[in-house]
Design a protein. Structure first.
Length: 278
């Protein structure tokens, strides 16, 4: 394993060799109007993401992680700069997109299976074709016996598995995840981290994962984009050089501690104080 912990951001934004970026974020900024004056949420953010790459956006609350995710998802528009996916400028939610939010936002009056099938109905896709995939995903997540239960009958971790299944049912090429495990207990969070890695290794979808957990970002990612606030920006990108699949034991590796220290030093340098355990 390489001893290199981080490289300057300008060196890592480019894609070397013959790799063609799946997502290109070019010097974007985002400003929101407010009664007390404009708020610069993001500034000068540039990033290239390769197909099948697992990228984490890591930073404290208010640094623009979720804003950046919304811009990539086409749920908001940039003030300056540009975002493109597969060579096409974003002008709305792109094809092949799946989203998982921190809150599962399941519909309590629909069964587990019906919740997973919701994107199929909204996109007027072939229900019979996707029904088998929905059942397969729920079985894969250990929910094969809960197809006809309702969300209020499930635990928090089970509900989030349903939300992930819903995001994957149309087989998207891009999966955006906004702190999907932030509200879960530590043991359930660890379990779903490993399950997400397993899904990603089987499908090699491009994933952008928002988190404020240093350990979670290092465990899951190919690269970690460390963000600072006021205004929000990427201040450094770390390449995570652990073999896959990664187990929770990797957190005991000295190199894991080195990555963690590096992130903490970056936060300290930019006036961010992290109180969580790594």
């Amino acid at each position: 394993m390489s001893n290199t912990v981080a490289a300057p951001i300008d060196e890592q934004n480019g894609i070397s060799g013959d790799s063609v970026p799946h997502i290109v974020i070019q010097n974007i900024s985002k400003t929101y109007a407010s009664p007390s004056g404009d708020v610069l949420a993001l500034t000068g953010v540039s990033l290239n993401i390769k197909p099948g790459e697992f990228i984490s956006l890591l930073g404290p609350s208010g640094c623009g992680k979720s804003t950046l995710l919304k811009l990539v998802a086409g749920l908001d528009v940039v003030t300056a700069g540009a975002v493109s996916i597969a060579g096409k400028a974003i002008d709305g939610p792109p094809d092949g997109l799946g989203i998982v939010f921190q809150k599962d936002v399941l519909l309590d009056w629909r069964t587990v299976l019906d919740n997973v099938m919701l994107p199929v109905e909204m996109q007027n896709l072939d229900k019979s074709k996707h029904l088998d995939r929905a059942k397969y995903l729920l079985k894969l997540f250990g929910l094969g016996d809960f197809l006809h239960k309702h969300p209020w009958e499930l635990s928090g971790g089970m509900r989030q598995r349903v939300a992930i299944g819903r995001a994957l049912v149309t087989d998207p090429s891009l999966l955006l995840m906004d702190e999907p495990f932030g509200a879960l207990d530590a043991l359930t969070r660890d379990e779903l981290n490993l399950e997400l890695q397993r899904i990603w290794m089987r499908s090699r979808k491009t994933i952008i994962f928002v988190t404020h957990s240093i350990a979670e970002a290092i465990l899951l990612s190919d690269r970690v984009c460390v963000m600072a606030a006021r205004p929000g920006r990427i201040v450094e990108i770390l390449e995570i050089d652990f073999r896959r699949p990664r187990t929770l034991a990797v957190r005991e590796d000295p190199q894991f501690s080195a990555y963690t220290r590096r992130v903490r030093h970056i936060f300290e340098r930019h006036g961010v104080f992290q109180h969580e355990k790594a």
